[in-house]
Design a binder for this molecule. Structure first.
Ligand code: GRF
Length: 203
């Protein structure tokens, strides 16, 4: 069975969805490690409660982003991690790191990319006044929020929408779409090109 690590920086509600789906047998891989760059990330608690090994490394202890990423990669190699899932990991991976796991890092982003890249995508969409919002699951490449798209799901934004309700709706879509994509990845159903991802026939 393939082994994967989930990277979190905060609440970890997406991590929870992945834990639940893995436990239910929908993702046929072992969630072997949860890594965080923040000691206080609530996601670490979720991992501990689920009996998953955790690792925390803090960027402030490292001279450069690359030395930080090198240390993470060293731990991942020791743990025989095959692929990585970014679930609210709020730090940009160095190109060096991405090269260690080519086409083997999956990310969730709370907008319909390429619109609203970056760390405040939900707020940015709300402020902009979009009529359609959504979620993107994509493969990570060396440019931020720009890798080949696995799946996207959109929904209409109502006139009564508040930032809070939009956040809730986006998270609900994420929690459904993200585990589905990870499962397809694990089952070898994704043909990942430089720009496009083809999904093999689903039963
Ligand atoms: C999600 O909205 C994800 O799309 C973004 O960060 C948020 C993380 O939420 N990258 P959580 O920590 O999974 O609850």
């Amino acid at each position: 069975m393939k082994r994967f690590a989930v990277f979190v920086s905060g609440n970890g509600s997406n991590l929870q969805a992945l834990i639940d789906e893995t436990k239910a047998g929908g993702i046929k891989a072992e969630l072997a490690l949860v890594f965080s760059n923040r000691r206080k990330a609530y996601g670490l608690k979720r991992a501990e409660e689920a009996g998953i090994k955790t690792l925390v490394l803090e960027p402030r202890h490292y001279a450069t982003p690359q030395s930080f990423d090198r240390e993470i990669a060293m731990y991942l190699k020791k743990d025989k991690i095959d692929f990585i899932v970014l679930a609210g990991y709020m730090k940009i991976l160095t190109p060096w790191f991405v090269k260690q796991y080519p086409k083997k890092i999956i990310n969730v982003h709370p907008s319909l990319l390429p619109a609203f890249k970056g760390a405040k995508a939900i707020k940015d969409q709300f402020t902009y006044g979009v009529k359609v919002a959504g979620v993107t699951i994509h493969i990570v490449n060396d440019k931020m929020d720009a890798g080949p798209i696995i799946m996207q799901e959109s929904f209409k934004v109502s006139e009564k929408e508040t930032l809070e309700s939009l956040e809730e709706r986006i998270h609900a879509v994420e929690h459904k779409l993200f585990p589905k994509c990870v499962s397809l990845f694990v089952d070898g159903k994704l043909k990942i090109g430089a720009r496009k991802v083809q999904i093999a026939d689903r039963k």
